[in-house]
Design a binder for this molecule. Sequence first.
Ligand SMILES: [Fe+2]
Length: 521
Amino acid sequence: MFTRRLFMAGATAGLIGAPAIIRARTLWRDYPFSLGVASGDPSSDGFVIWTRIAPEPMERHGGLGLGPTHVDWEVASDGGFRNIVQHGTAIARPELGHSVHVEISGLLPDRPYHYRFTADGEQSLRGSARTLPAVNASPTSVKFGVAGCQNYEAGFYGAYRHLAAEDDLAFVYHYGDFIYEYRADFYFAGGLPFRPVRQHAYRNLISLDDYRLAYTQSLMDIDLQAARGAHAFLSSIDDHEVVNDWVSNVDNWALGIPGDNPEAPSAEIFMLRKAAAMQAWYEHMPVRASMLPRNGMVALNRELRYGNLLSMQLLDTRQYRDDQPCGDGFKPACPDVFARNASVLGRAQENWLDANLRTPAAWYAMAQQVTMMSLDRRRRAEEPAKILNLDSWAAYEAPRERMLARIGNLRNCVVLTGDEHQNFAGDLVLNDRVVGSEFVATSISSGGDGSDLRPGSQQFLAFNPEVKFCNDQRGYLVCEVNRDVWRTHYMVVDKVTTPTNILSRRATAEVASGQVGLRMA
Ligand SMILES: [Fe+2]
């Protein structure tokens, strides 16, 4: 019988005196680029290209030994790789799950490039990415995607196949929930239970290997690979990369898991879990080495400037936030919602943000995780008091007002948000004045098929006149921005319980330059 052990023994014997190409063909049992390729964090002269060598992806160390592995990479100006403009060799290290993150620089601004990897004779799929315009350029328009919340069990990733096929996206902002840290026996949609369409390998994630395997399992999905290969991603995190609703403050880590539960781990224990989660995140994201976790922290907040057209601030609303007040959940406000010293971003990130906003741009965007509108979550008229989502900016009124004042001082500013697993388009209101608009993106799969409106949505809209549009289908956003108008297209799929689905443009929201408030097109 031809066993793997015999195969490997033969391969080792064949190494002696064999030319490299022979060694290559016998080193791995299966295709080493099983998790695809990706690019991310574009600049005007480059981007990061990523892959991970994992011939047996769900096995220990991806089916590799513990030694480093050499991976060749090429960047070309054409999809046929006739004009290779840069190439090199990276080392895939076992300490980082045999991932490689190559920071390409020295490319020309504002044009498409293509990349691929080779390892011991095996070649990866080809990926593509665009460089950004020069920092001092005056581009007339930009088009980009917004996506996230991709519970592997709750639905297939067909929406990603459509996102991959979107033309001319400069990049995709991923707001987080790339993985979910638990396995569920059932989910709910429209108040009714439904079975997972596929199952997570593990029930709960604790260790580095657990988190690694969650990313591995998700990344084996070819639709996700297609999207990551087609566009450069700006990768962020929300809660489920670590654990549901976690927050931590730089001065008082791990305040919230969850609430006052006496069985919650201590801050020190939580930081071990968070460090494992952050390392696994880094290993699987096309991000720069500056985002390598240090002491469990990742420097996630960063800026993307698209010439002088768009200044996008990628915010981190998890690592520096105070514990959710009032015990978290969906509840009426308690006095702690109005605590003057509460923090969402932390002082250092707020100062960093203020400095960035001093550089002129036609549009500013706050790309972040949790909803900034203070929405009343009641879905029945007879409920007596306003109900807040306490894991959103609405539960942190002082920092929320600071942020809204900041937005109100900018000529054109929109907020891009995830987390809700539903689409919202609404205005940000400070002291009865509209100061900006918020586009909340639904999920790729979390929440299952959904439907156009959740039960009680008409009541929800009546309680929240600043919300102009809501929808409970899966999908992603496409934003088209020019000097005159910001357009956000709400792209939805008809279902996620089947591997393929039908895409439609459910709605478009517009903000005109120089005017506050959105209108539905
Ligand atoms: Fe989510």
